[in-house]
Write a protein that binds this ligand. Sequence first.
Ligand code: PLP
Length: 272
Amino acid sequence: LPTAAPGETPVRVMTIAGSDSGGGAGIQADLRTFALLGLHGCVAVTAVTVQNSLGVSGVQTIDPEVVAAQIRTVTSDIGVSAVKTGMLATAEIISAIADACTEVGIGGGGVPLVVDPVCASMHGDPLLATDALDTLVGRMFPLADIVTPNLDEVRLITGVDVVDADSQRAAARALRDRGTRWALVKGGHLRGSDRSPDLLFDGDDYIEIDGPRIDTPHDHGAGDTLAAAICSALAHGYSMPDAVVFAKRWVTRGLESAYPLGAGHGPVNPLW
Ligand code: PLP
């Protein structure tokens, strides 16, 4: 992506997401990608997770009004060219975010919005209240330019079990029916293949974005990093297919150079 000259204000983006104290996923992964790509990353923190490489052992959510205030305060002064959401934690926080985004023109055809519908960590620790999924889909999907669920999230949201190319298409259609402009069904967790075929759908055309499946235990934050890279490319005016192709390469590189950390799963490490 193009970078600003020294002393020049870079392109600004914002992540609305949770903190990972282990520094691998969440806001920390998003800010790493924004910084490495030469963007200025702003933040609306939704929750603080108590987390290391072995998993999440605690969550403290932020007052919904404080989450909304972060969005309003950043956009009224600094301004952002694209936004991504990650861990949104509760239905009350999601409603406050959707209201604030609508008010300031994020999503819904305004500032591009990437919604990563985070439900749980890869260890299975919940990152979204069980009663909040309907609110996440009902409030955020209609605002979203793209949603980027993994296969577990696809199953929870649509009931479709993605096992092959046909069910991946059915899932993409079902996601789009819930209001998003583009749906991305990631194939990275499809077992028994050395490829990781992602499927992008805008209601008319299916675009397959293929890449190698990188087999590593150190994939913490891979989903966050993909969504943050899509957000970064959209902020630079890329088309959605170009943004997703770019982000896929970014995450593939990140998985190739991921490193061990602690006794559990290390983080993806995107290096260009
Ligand atoms: N912690 C936070 C705060 C996150 O936002 C996420 C994912 O979005 C995770 C953990 C989970 O990351 P992973 O599925 O890579 O473990």
